[in-house]
Ligand binder design. Structure first.
Ligand SMILES: Cc1cc2nc3c(=O)[nH]c(=O)nc-3n(C[C@H](O)[C@H](O)[C@H](O)COP(=O)(O)OP(=O)(O)OC[C@H]3O[C@@H](n4cnc5c(N)ncnc54)[C@H](O)[C@@H]3O)c2cc1C
Length: 302
């Protein structure tokens, strides 16, 4: 019996397991397992829609049992802590799994580039739980603001900073700008008291886009009431403030909520593996054109 183990049931892991199963279905001697720490797949690309209440929380998570129903794939819930490439074993909190072929598809996690207070005081948007926590936070701020008589305190509660103006940041800023009037109606708050900022150190939004489209994104957000601050770095975040750096100038601003969307790095299990396998730096692993690691021909990274 040959064991194929896929770690991670995100977009990459699911597609890999499905395609392999389709191709190898008739081989009785092949066993495919997909392991994830959650019993569901999270549609990460829709998280901002949950945070701003456009869609129901449960609409962005899909049971893995359902995804693989009728397919010869074992769905396993476990958190993988280590991989032993010499003995070909994947070590989880629940069990150890032997593999003949391994596909590492464990995704990524936010990275803070050592920014003071960022990890402690900002909200993130990189998992189902993050989206639900952020949604609750936004509501909590409007609820508290509705009962606040002091206008400065009210403004602070209603001040939202999004750090990062790449896809995740601008999508969240857009969603929040559309959600703000709904919440203002619900809590009887003047929309002019709500401030939404999107801050990025780069000179334009979503730099992967052609310059013309980046400009369009910026104009559209501005029209929706978002203040887009480009060429602006974030150097510190605290419980109720954010420090911005523009040129040599550092300024401190009140902030009710800061959301960090400014960068990602490999998930822990991949980062650990990158210390053993040939690495491409910063927790990434070098692969060939088949996504196979350079050190171990039975190990793939997607
Ligand atoms: C708000 C938002 C909007 C986005 N919009 C777009 C878009 O429009 N277009 C686009 O192309 N991309 C978009 N992205 C990026 C896209 O979501 C990611 O590139 C994609 O999810 C990566 O897929 P993946 O399978 O590599 O990893 P993931 O989707 O992160 O999946 C990794 C899986 O591995 C599991 N896992 C991790 N570590 C372990 C472990 N130790 N043990 C067990 N399981 C583990 C996780 O639970 C997870 O299920 C967006 C992201 C966000 C957050």
């Amino acid at each position: 019996m040959k064991n194929i183990v896929v770690i991670g049931a995100g977009y990459a892991g699911i597609l890999t397991a499905k395609k392999l199963e389709k191709k190898l279905r008739k081989h009785e001697d092949i066993n495919i397992s997909i392991i994830d720490k959650n019993p569901f797949h999270t549609m990460l690309t829709e998280l901002h829609e949950v945070a701003a209440n456009r869609v129901e929380e449960d609409s962005i998570r899909i049971s893995l049992k359902k995804v693989f129903a009728g397919r010869k794939v074992n769905v396993v819930m476990d958190n993988i802590t280590k991989i032993d490439f010499d003995t070909k074993k994947v070590i989880g909190e629940e069990k150890t799994y032997s593999y003949d072929y391994l596909v590492l598809a464990a995704g990524s996690k936010p990275t803070y580039f050592g920014t003071k207070g960022a990890e402690e005081f900002s909200y993130k948007l990189w998992s189902y739980d993050d989206a639900v926590i952020l949604k609750d936070r936004i509501h909590e701020m409007f609820r508290a603001a509705a009962c606040e008589r002091n206008i400065e305190k009210k403004r602070k509660l209603l001040t939202f900073y999004i750090v990062g103006a790449d896809f995740t940041g601008v999508e969240l800023a857009g969603e929040m700008a559309e959600y703000a009037p709904i919440l203002c109606d619900q809590y009887e708050i003047d929309r002019n008291l709500v401030s939404i900022y999107d801050v990025d150190i780069l000179p334009r939004t979503v730099p992967i886009l052609p310059e013309k489209l980046s400009d369009k994104v910026e104009k559209r957000l501005t029209k929706m009431g978002v203040t887009v601050k480009l060429n602006t770095g974030v150097v510190g975040i605290g419980e109720d403030f954010i420090e911005l750096k523009s040129g040599d100038n550092v300024t401190k601003h009140v902030a009710g909520t800061v959301v960090w969307t400014a960068g990602i790095e490999s998930s822990d299990v991949t980062k650990n593996a990158s210390e053993v396998l040939e690495s491409a730096g910063r927790g990434r692993i070098k692969v060939d054109k088949f996504l196979r690691t350079l050190d171990r021909e039975e190990v793939y990274v997607v």
